[in-house]
Structures are given as structure tokens and as C-alpha cells.
Design a protein around this ligand. Sequence first.
Ligand SMILES: Nc1ncnc2c1ncn2[C@@H]1O[C@H](COP(=O)(O)OP(=O)(O)OP(=O)(O)O)[C@@H](O)[C@H]1O
Ligand SMILES: [Mg+2]
Length: 356
Amino acid sequence: MRRPPGLSARLKLTLSYAGIVIVSGTVLLVLVWFFLLRYLPDKPQGLLWTSPNRFLLTRIFGRVAAIAMVALVAFGLLGGWLLAGRMLAPLTKITDAARLAAEGSLSHRIRLPGKADEFRALSDVFDTMLEQLESHVAEQRRFAANASHELRTPLAISQSLLDLARQDPARVDAELLDRLHTASRRAIDLTEALLLLSRGERGTFPREPVDLSLIAEEAAETLLPLAEQRGVALDVTGSNTTTTGSPELLLRVVTNLVQNAIVHNVPGGSVTVNVEPQHRACVLRVENTGKVLPPDLVPTLAEPFQRGSRVRTDDHAGVGLGLAIVHSVVRAHEGALDLAPRPAGGLRVTIRLPSA
Ligand SMILES: Nc1ncnc2c1ncn2[C@@H]1O[C@H](COP(=O)(O)OP(=O)(O)OP(=O)(O)O)[C@@H](O)[C@H]1O
Ligand SMILES: [Mg+2]
């Protein structure tokens, strides 16, 4: 923003200090003059040198007062300038940090030393803000790098399969087409997941009353074949409870949770989905059996591209966006997501949404 040039805060403070000193000095001198000289006689009584005389004293007083006023003005200006400089020094540091941040350097911190006051409070809030901004930007960069990396893999596979087919058209068989299909399916799935994530983050979707128990039933019905294929028992219980939001996104949330509970399970394991109203909230809980999860790993699972284990031992080639989508959609619905490892193995995921 362009502003017309004006007086600096230091100069304004200096002038105010000097002004106060001059006004109080003047009042003091007027009072002295009034009370001391008013009660003196006009003419000397007795000896001139021993008796106060109004005429003489007025003249002396006038001179002393003029000198005092000049000294007061000088003192007010100089003292004010120095004091204002001292007072405003922290502000200069804060401004410098803000300018650096505006230029894109977020690693700088002000860290004003000293005891708490208004400037230290401002500087601490500013440092906290910089810290959050920096970690947010780093997270965004990591996200973009991960997304590009994940997307490059299926695209590179497609590219090499196509190269192979071009070099030797006779080798194009059903298997090659299958692999090509899988690779492009994976790229499309990933792109769709990314789009879904950004939709959840923007939070711009039409909202309507949604019965969570119906959504849970629909998700379970869709995933029943997968559960059977993996030898996992799937059970849905609970009562009707209505929240407000996007049925499509909430179905995606529940589907992701139930799918996770099935694929990150063990053969012969079980999945239970429970939906019920609780203190003006709709609570959905998905619990599954499985391997024991390290407690320090669990809070990181909802971060984008975070997979429980680097090496995939099964045929579920997830990218690690499932829980990140759940988290962003739940947040966009003003809800909360909680992940807790089960002592016997597996995970308990709870989402709490405001009821309609
Ligand atoms: N119900 C669960 N039980 C055990 N581990 C789980 C469960 N849900 C998630 N996890 C762990 O958390 C990780 C992240 O889950 P997330 O759904 O985000 O990614 P993903 O399932 O690996 O891939 P996708 O993007 O296909 O969902 C998983 O890799 C898995 O290790
Ligand atoms: Mg998943």
C-alpha cells in the first residue's frame, strides 16, 4: 500500500514529550509568579537590599523563567528523542522480521529478550505465526513432491510398456494390456484422491442432512466382497444419527475407513462399524483386528502419503492418501478424527461429527 510520507512515530513521541514538559514547566512558573510576587509590596519598605521589591524581582524572575523555558524545551526534545528511540527499538526489529517474511524468508525469528510487555507479546505472537507458516509451507512442498513422485511411477510404467509395444508390436498381448490398464488405473485413482483431498480442504460443497448409519451400511455393502475375499468378518451395528454435510464425501470417508480396516487386517480377522448419537454429536467407530501398531506411528498415519510400512507385503498398493482424505473431509464438516491402536493389534478409528 502506497501512503503519503508523514512524521515518524519517534518524532511524534518526541514532540509529545517536549510538549508535556513545556506545558508543565509553564504552569509551574505561572504558579510561582502568582503566589510569590502577588503578595509583595510595590515600593521598597525599609532598605532596598534587605526588603523584596516587586519591580526588581519581576525582572529577575522573568530572566530566570526564560532561561528555564529554553532549558526545558531543549531537555524535552533531547530526552524525548532518546526515550522514544529506546521505546520504539523493538518495533524496528519486528518490522524488519515482517519485511523479511514478506520477501519470502520465513526462517527468521525476532526472539525479543526481556520481560513480558506489549512489544514482547507482539513479537512472540509474530514468531509463533512465522513458525506455523514455515511448517505449513514445508508441508505443502513435501506434499507436492510426494504427489509428483507417486504420479510419476504409474506414468513411467505406462511409458516403458508403450515403448516395448512400439519396438516389438508382436509382443502386445493380453498381459501387457492388463499391466498398462493397471498403471493407468493407478494414475487415475491417485489423481482422483488428490482432487478429493483438495475438495475437502476447500470445504466448498453443498450440505444436506445425512444419516450416517445409512452411509455406513452402504459402504459395508460395497466392501463386503473384498472382506469375503480376504477372509475378514464385517459387522455393522448402531442406530440412526443425522449430521449435515455432503453425502458423497461422507460415503468416501466411511468407505476409506472400512477399506483400511479390511486391507490392513489379518486373514480370519474382523471389522466392526458402529454408529450412534452421543451428546449432540454423531459418532462413527471402525475397529479392526490386525498387527500391533507402534503407538508413536499411529498419530502420523493421517498425514498425506504416510503408509504404515514402507514395504508392501500384500497386493493392496495404497498410496497413503486414504486417511488424509478422511481427515480433511472430517475437518471440513467441523468434526474430529481420532486414531488409537488396539492393545491386541489393529486400529480403532473414531470420527465425531456435529449432529444436524
Ligand atoms: N484400520 C487400520 N488398521 C491398521 N492399520 C491401518 C488402518 N488404517 C490405516 N492403517 C495404516 O495407516 C496407513 C495409512 O493409511 P491410508 O488409508 O492413509 O493409506 P493406505 O491405506 O496405505 O493407502 P490408500 O491411499 O490406498 O488408502 C496404512 O498404510 C496402514 O499402515
Ligand atoms: Mg487406505
